[in-house]
Design a protein around this ligand. Structure first.
Ligand SMILES: [Zn+2]
Length: 115
């Protein structure tokens, strides 16, 4: 019995039980789609992730009185006013070597307002 994602081998998709991943050709299982396929992660999964995080970003724009971008428009990497700097999907340079340096959203008070 098939459950979960409508992967290509799913009987409802009509491609047969051995249908491969639409991106890499490996077996398109639920596990492969969710975590195993780097091409899925870089395309559809990133779009789904970003659309979820976008709700948080839009809420922060309202909170800090920053311009909201239309949903079909790209999010600016940075928006700022006198009270806050809001970053979207930006790589951060850190002194310590850490594995993940690209948080989804960062809101930070400008240095001049830390006093
Ligand atoms: Zn794949």
């Amino acid at each position: 019995m098939y459950t979960g994602l409508p992967t290509r081998p799913h009987p409802a998709m009509g491609r047969g039980p051995n249908a491969g991943c639409r991106y890499c050709g490996l077996p398109e299982t639920n596990e492969h789609v969710a975590t195993g396929c780097n091409k899925f992660k870089a395309s559809i999964m990133k779009q789904l992730h970003d659309s979820s995080v976008r709700k948080v970003y839009d809420g922060l724009c309202i909170k800090y009185d920053l311009a909201k971008t239309e949903f079909d428009q790209p999010v600016p990497v940075v928006q700022q006013n006198a009270h806050v700097e809001l970053y979207w999907d930006r790589t951060w340079v850190t002194e310590a070597q850490i594995r993940f340096t690209k948080p989804d959203v960062i809101d930070q008070k400008p240095c001049s307002s830390n006093t």
